[in-house]
Design a protein around this ligand. Structure first.
Ligand SMILES: *[C@@H]1O[C@H](CO)[C@@H](O)[C@H](O)[C@H]1NC(C)=O
Ligand SMILES: *[C@@H]1O[C@H](CO)[C@@H](O)[C@H](O)[C@H]1NC(C)=O
Ligand SMILES: *[C@@H]1O[C@H](CO)[C@@H](O)[C@H](O)[C@H]1NC(C)=O
Ligand SMILES: *[C@@H]1O[C@H](CO)[C@@H](O)[C@H](O)[C@H]1NC(C)=O
Ligand SMILES: *[C@@H]1O[C@H](CO)[C@@H](O)[C@H](O)[C@H]1NC(C)=O
Ligand SMILES: *[C@@H]1O[C@H](CO)[C@@H](O)[C@H](O)[C@H]1NC(C)=O
Ligand SMILES: *[C@@H]1O[C@H](CO)[C@@H](O)[C@H](O)[C@H]1NC(C)=O
Ligand SMILES: *[C@@H]1O[C@H](CO)[C@@H](O)[C@H](O)[C@H]1NC(C)=O
Ligand SMILES: *[C@@H]1O[C@H](CO)[C@@H](O)[C@H](O)[C@H]1NC(C)=O
Ligand SMILES: *[C@@H]1O[C@H](CO)[C@@H](O)[C@H](O)[C@H]1NC(C)=O
Ligand SMILES: *[C@@H]1O[C@H](CO)[C@@H](O)[C@H](O)[C@H]1NC(C)=O
Ligand SMILES: [Cu+2]
Length: 665
């Protein structure tokens, strides 16, 4: 028994250290992971477009699946409508919803067999058995392993005759408001590389490729209204970048334009254009994220844009294809920061280490941002030709409009001095191309699931950038830790303001001085979001304020504030809470922020936090017992003794942790 444990101790830390900065196999997802979200501590939900995947469900190819976080096993799910390039978000009750998609397709991306009136799109296809998804609203209630995944409760609710949008939307934006209602903005009615050529600007009449309106889910009874910004930016405004701001207004960015939009009055306030003519929306596809909101920055909101493309206007071509060979045009390295409601101007930030289109930001529990996936040249999208390369057989990368996968991630530190924010030190390079239609998302154990890539109209496994089914897990540098924090008292729900609560971490959770560890601990509320097309819709990071008491046994009690009392900063719904000690995160714990309902969220003032108490301050004070850390005089000696013991327990915990990971690999 003892020998076994020692064997584990000898081997495990080596394996744990080896994981840091590396990619490990994540299994075969069976459907290509164009979209993903983390449903809970056990399951990741995956959606593909309707296409000819070998995996079959109910007599047709599958385009939905559930990936088990612990076993990497896949359960296929039936999805009725075509989810091709939908958008999605979380709901206040922990469920998720997706919006829109494309008409029904047949093999090779052709029109489905049953045409819609007018014949421009299809209602259904007899081979793939996909229904038109262009107005779909699909709801999923996440389930756990012991649930019945064939039951209605665990399946996609996807019935356009019961629930659908007013307008057809492909590549729309979707952003939750403070009450959990989601505003759905823009999109295409039909396909195309850019959607500039809408034949009419009157939203009252159907037709045209761009859909310049917005509407709400759940509907508040209002008919879809035109958003003038969508007319102005038509051409480059699919998947517009939208972020709810502290005021309750939305930041909206598309083409070179930027504005702040009031969802109650539909009024627009212009902000300056994106500098350096870099386009960040699809198909240029830059990485965008809101930087962590922290007590240190007084919960201010700053957005970061990196990469995309600065190719000239002409290059975007028309509705059919680009006018240049995009794969020869280097993607942008440019990064800009903007604090929309503070300075309202773009500030030049450090360039990325390499240009990327379709690079994606994953906010890690440490508050640093991982930049992952994408291409060094070109853009998102696929085509059978450009204006220059007029034949499909001459397309050097098959249908892909990008080339040169960037397999090495990089990490951005928002708090580092300008000039030193980017690093890829010690990060491995993946050999799997993650280009158009790839995705990535933070997992509860603080690793990152990377999957998908499919710059092809239908499944093609024999081309240079194939339909990709292999998932990988990327382990950030903190996976070198042999000891991870193991918090107790993690909340299942959080309120906006109100009473603080305690989270306790045992001494085995860290190495080194207890007082130093307590002062270097943060509680991070992280929403991984809903990922597609290099974006994580809804991704946010808020550090919960805290003080602490270092107890005489060197455990640390974190007196932790609820969510900052403004639901515009962190909208209601699911998220994960991580405790980060000396830069090493615990596993995340699933939490519901807010009331769980779509309604005005209850908000109260944040109760003042008690003062922090260190071992040093407790031992220095005569009446130590009042702080709960009795036996003040022996504290110092005691502390080093428990530190040693803590170190040993920590190593064992690390070994158990590492062998769990070894099983996974
Ligand atoms: C969560 O809320 C949505 C929207 O109101 C609803 O459709 C769904 O059924 C709810 N989920 C559960 C588990 O109640
Ligand atoms: C982007 O905006 C500029 C300036 O309004 C406009 O001239 C251009 O046509 C737009 N680009 C595309 C591809 O629509
Ligand atoms: C965080 O808590 C400390 C201690 O109570 C308090 O002084 C500080 O104002 C709080 N910070 C914010 C941004 O609320
Ligand atoms: C922090 O932000 C709040 C509200 O956004 C504001 O009232 C307060 O003055 C700010 N505090 C500091 C120190 O800037
Ligand atoms: C796009 O431009 C090409 C070449 O000028 C033309 O052949 C094609 O019909 C155009 N497509 C559309 C939808 O206008
Ligand atoms: C896959 O791509 C290759 C290279 O572009 C092409 O020759 C082949 O026809 C494609 N196969 C399918 C099934 O589309
Ligand atoms: C990327 O573009 C550059 C500049 O046109 C070119 O030299 C390089 O070969 C391209 N790389 C790939 C992988 O196509
Ligand atoms: C953290 O999560 C991983 C993956 O689910 C699991 O193997 C490990 O046991 C967890 N660690 C702790 C301390 O809960
Ligand atoms: C939190 O812990 C402190 C001791 O560190 C204790 O005095 C207090 O009652 C606890 N509060 C709650 C809400 O459990
Ligand atoms: C706090 O943790 C970070 C890792 O995030 C480390 O670099 C730093 O040295 C630590 N600070 C102290 C005072 O221990
Ligand atoms: C949520 O807020 C939006 C925007 O203010 C409003 O239109 C909608 O009616 C609200 N819904 C609920 C249920 O409060
Ligand atoms: Cu797409």
């Amino acid at each position: 028994m003892r020998a076994l444990a020692l064997t584990g101790l000898l081997f495990a830390p080596v394996h744990a250290a080896n994981l840091a900065g590396t990619f490990a196999p994540g299994g075969n997802t069976q459907v290509s992971a164009m979209m993903m979200f983390v449903g809970n501590n056990e399951k990741v939900y995956i959606l593909d477009k309707a296409e000819g995947n070998a995996a079959q469900i109910n007599g047709h190819p599958a385009w939905g699946a559930v990936w088990d976080i612990n076993t990497h096993e896949i359960i296929l799910q039936d999805v009725l409508t075509n989810t091709f390039c939908a958008s999605g978000q979380h709901l206040p009750n922990g469920s998720f919803v997706t919006f829109g998609g494309n008409g029904a397709v047949s093999p090779g991306g052709g029109l489905g067999s049953e045409l819609n009136p007018g014949g421009a799109s299809a209602a259904w296809d007899s081979t793939y058995q996909d229904f038109d998804g262009s107005r779909s609203i699909r709801v999923l209630n996440p389930c756990i392993s012991s649930d019945d995944f064939t039951s209605a409760e665990c399946s996609w609710f996807d019935d356009p005759s019961v629930l659908s949008m007013q307008k057809q939307r492909w590549y729309s934006a979707a952003e939750p408001l403070a009450n959990g209602t989601i505003v759905i903005i823009g999109g295409f009615v039909n396909g195309g590389y850019v959607n500039r050529n809408y034949p009419n600007t009157d939203p009252a009449t159907e037709g045209g490729a761009a859909e310049p309106t917005y509407e709400f889910y759940p509907s508040n009874g209002q008919t879809a209204q035109t958003m003038n910004f969508m007319l102005k930016t038509s051409g480059l405004n699919s998947y517009a970048h939208t972020y709810l701001l502290a005021s309750g207004n939305l930041f909206v960015q598309a083409n070179y334009s930027t504005m702040i939009w009031n969802p109650d009055t539909n009024t627009e306030t212009d902000l300056p254009d994106m500098p350096n003519q870099v386009v960040r929306v699809y198909p240029a596809s830059g990485g965008v994220a809101m930087l962590p909101m922290t007590p240190a920055n007084n919960y201010s909101q700053t957005l970061l844009f990196c990469g995309g493309s600065d190719m000239p206007e002409y290059a975007y071509g028309n509705y059919s294809w680009p006018y240049i060979n995009t794969w020869d045009y280097p993607a942008s390295k440019d990064c800009q920061r903007i604090a929309p409601e503070i300075t309202g101007t773009y500030e030049q930030d450090d360039d990325m280490l390499e240009g990327r289109s379709m690079g994606q930001f994953i906010i890690l529990p440490t508050g640093k941002l991982l930049m992952i996936n994408g291409a060094m040249n070109g853009t998102a999208g696929y085509a059978t030709q450009t204006l220059v390369t007029t034949s499909y057989s001459d397309m050097p990368y098959g249908m892909s409009l990008s080339a040169g996968p960037v397999g090495q991630p990089a990490i951005y530190d928002p708090d580092a001095p300008s000039g030193s924010r980017w690093s890829n030190d010690g990060l491995s390079t993946s050999s799997i191309a993650r280009l158009y239609h790839s995705s990535a998302i933070l997992l509860p154990d603080a690793s990152v699931l990377v999957a998908g890539s499919n710059p092809n109209v239908d499944v093609n496994t024999s081309t240079i950038y194939p339909t990709q089914y292999e998932a990988e897990i990327f382990y950030p540098p903190y996976f070198s830790a042999t000891v991870r924090p193991i918090p107790s008292g993690m909340p299942a729900t959080l309120t906006y303001g109100g009473d603080w609560f305690n989270i306790t971490i045992p001494a085995s959770s860290y190495s080194g001085s207890a007082d130093d560890a307590a002062a270097n601990t943060t509680v991070a509320l992280v929403r991984p979001g809903w990922t597609t097309h290099g974006m994580n819709l809804g991704q946010r990071y808020m550090q919960l304020n805290n003080t602490y008491t270092v107890n005489s046994d060197s455990s640390i009690t974190l007196h932790t504030s609820q969510v900052y009392p403004n639901p515009n900063l962190f909208q209601p719904g699911p998220a994960f809470v991580y405790v980060v000690v000396n830069g090493i995160p615990s596993n995340g714990s699933h939490v519901i922020v807010g009331s769980g309902n779509i309604e005005t969220q209850p908000v109260s003032d944040a109760a003042p936090l008690p003062a922090s108490i260190t071992l040093a301050s407790a031992s220095g004070s005569a009446g130590g017992s009042s702080t709960g850390s009795g036996g003040g005089s022996s504290t110092t000696g005691h502390s080093s003794a428990t530190s040693l013991a803590g170190g040993l327990v920590g190593t064992i915990a690390g070994a158990i942790f590492a062998s769990a990971l070894m099983l996974v690999v």
